[in-house]
Ligand binder design. Structure first.
Ligand code: PCG
Length: 139
């Protein structure tokens, strides 16, 4: 699909969730240079998802298609079985495979039940590349 053909869908969220997502995006090294309008549009288009403790959110080596912001709970990042770090609420993850068009560089596992906001590759890339007026359709 051409960029102009992609219709972005926005998902209702509380003021608190919207602010958490915005801060997470603005604190991420790779996204902090985006225009404010792009940050707001990414925030708008993120959809909610939950996973249970122990679930694999991202598997190292897989083709990646989703960028996440963690809202509640904790995740662990591992590479070849070794722990790299743990991540708590208000952080972006899963951006590297999409930004660099590579496979997932590490695994991410839920250490607790977690609440996430997610945006898929096509929407993310559309927002990254498109400027000007965005047509929204309310979900
Ligand atoms: P991605 O898409 O490669 O999937 C795994 C994610 O783990 C990665 O993006 C980063 O967002 C996240 N991550 C957090 N800390 C690290 C780290 O120290 N190294 C790597 N490779 N990824 C990390």
């Amino acid at each position: 699909a051409k960029l102009t053909d992609v219709t972005l869908t926005s998902y209702l969220k509380t003021k608190e969730s919207g602010e958490l997502i915005q801060k997470a995006l603005m604190n991420n090294d790779f996204m902090k240079h985006l225009e404010h309008g792009q940050i707001l549009t990414i925030m708008d288009c993120m959809y909610p998802t939950t996973l249970s403790k122990g679930c694999c959110v991202i598997q190292e080596g897989d083709d990646g298609s989703t960028v996440y912001v963690l809202e509640e709970g904790m995740v662990e990042v591992t590479k070849q079985g070794k722990t790299l770090c743990t991540i708590g609420p208000g952080k972006v993850f899963g951006e590297l495979a999409i930004l660099y068009n590579c496979t997932r560089t590490a695994s991410v596992t839920a250490l607790t039940d977690i609440k996430l906001w997610a945006i898929d590759r096509q929407n993310f890339q559309t927002i990254m590349m498109r400027s000007g007026v965005i047509k929204h359709s309310q979900y």
